[in-house]
Design a protein around this ligand. Sequence first.
Ligand code: AMP
Ligand code: MG
Length: 346
Amino acid sequence: MKTTKLQVSPETPENEKISTAVEFIKKGELVAFPTETVYGLGANAFDPQAIRKIYLAKGRPSDNPLIVHVSSLDMAQELVIESVSSYEIANRLWPGPVTLIFRKNKRIPDVVTGGMETVGIRFPAHPIALALISRSGVPIAAPSANLSGKPSPTEEKHVLEDMDGRIACIVLGGKTLFGLESTIIDMTRNRPTLLRPGPVSPERLKDLLPELVVPEFVMAKQGYKGPALSPGMKYRHYSPDVELILVEGTPEESSKKIEELVKQSERKTVVLCTEETKELYPKNFDRIVLGSRENLYIVAANLFGALRELPAQGFQLLISEAFPESGIGLAIMNRLRKAAWKILRV
Ligand code: AMP
Ligand code: MG
């Protein structure tokens, strides 16, 4: 399939280019587009045929439900049974990088939710996403625009790598701001429940939702045997193409362990570290600095790119430091633990 590529300004999306993308959505075709979290792979949420194309293009299991993106609270309200605006969290965090699970009404086809009675809704803040949804006039179902099992795309080259030739249209709008997928909260349980940590910190969520439950599986620790709560959680996500070892412990202790591992390794190995820790390693080691421990948002924004690109650069083993689990650090650790082939605690 020939893919139409549109280079669009992320601040002030050009009208004519958005019109081209809107035409594809209206014809039941797929459009990849940037959001403030990661790139999404979108289709008209009311069109079951179009939705099936998403699962095909990604190779995604059909029981893994899609998040439906809206461009207003009114559009969200048309899809669910609950009164959306009665939830403080919707009023306060939308538009933004948060997905809320509500009970769906009949307008959402079953293929969107993998047959579930609930639906994840997100009102993104990105100007391109908002323009695409509002001008299409329909909600847009969109999982991340990667092939199933690959890290979510955070840069133009990632989405081209996975989707060029597979879908009708790609809107290119630069690197995404957060670089990690949305925070997901299930509002249909007795108490609101965090299903996936994301850009909104757990501390901020607890402020808005003092009753919030943070289940153990959210930590993605090895050996967790309990229920998945969200269908997507049972799949191994964010998988880099080569082995990733995560070493958990203080920077001083883990750097010693990592040094040992690198010296033993017979493969081309790279260490994922930070400004503050890179000097803890011998100078002849391959090191990639993800950002600073003072600003974990930068680490988050660079993580998926590193997991994707380092194997392509010929590295055969990635070894990563761990990060504090506060702020966006909880989401970083959730993704790293899910991506890791092995977790070592020192
Ligand atoms: P992605 O769009 O690729 O970031 O994946 C969406 C995630 O949201 C998956 O992990 C899904 O399992 C989860 N999700 C979507 N809809 C629901 C729902 N109704 N209930 C629980 N989890 C959901
Ligand atoms: Mg995904």
